[in-house]
Write a protein that binds this ligand. Sequence first.
Ligand code: HEC
Length: 202
Amino acid sequence: MKKLYIVAILLALAFIACQKDVPEPVTQPEPLLAVPPGFPAPVFPSGNELTSARWALGKRLFYDPVLSNDSTVSCASCHLASNAFSDTMAFSPGVAGRPGVRNSPTLANIGYHPYFTREGGVPTLEMQTLVPIQEHNEFDFNILLIAERLKRDTAYVRMSREAYDREPDAFVITRSIACFRKNLRERTKPLRPVFFQGKLRR
Ligand code: HEC
């Protein structure tokens, strides 16, 4: 009987010793910046360096219809992740179904462009954010009023403080959405409002 105990203890010790030899699984954290092979890293201007808090805030705003006057259209309504952040139709509808006058271009590699929109009149991605916000056929809204909306949302206030150490304002909105677009990498189901017999459907 005593022998059996000793054998059992030896076996248990051997088991524990073997357990120790099993290496810990190494989990590599996913890098924040996804740069395709052969590409240089996009430039993030000072004051808008890439951080996960800024990227997450920009991504949330990109998909949020809160940016449009009647809260029906988001950036992702016209720049569909499933279509390289362009659209499947010739003229994407903005607020109240108003059709645009140009095709929504892809935002793939947008972080490398030296200027923006077809005429090239907008010099930075940060400034380009203002274009769809004010366009009559897109958001038909005003960045200051968007900031007021966001200040009433505790989740946005928390994210904005975390990302830029300030309340949601024009700086935070333009910078964070630019930060997300320079590192576009997630295929997410787009939100597209559909106008059907006068009723808005999602
Ligand atoms: C109603 C559809 C619509 C919405 C909503 C929209 N866009 Fe666009 N976007 C367009 C169209 C159309 C153009 C082409 C405009 C031009 O060249 O004059 C464009 C152009 C752009 C460009 C310039 C691309 C280039 O190659 O120069 C960027 C960047 C962009 N949009 C980002 C955004 C962001 C960010 C939002 C949300 C804040 C947004 N868009 C909302 C339709 C839309």
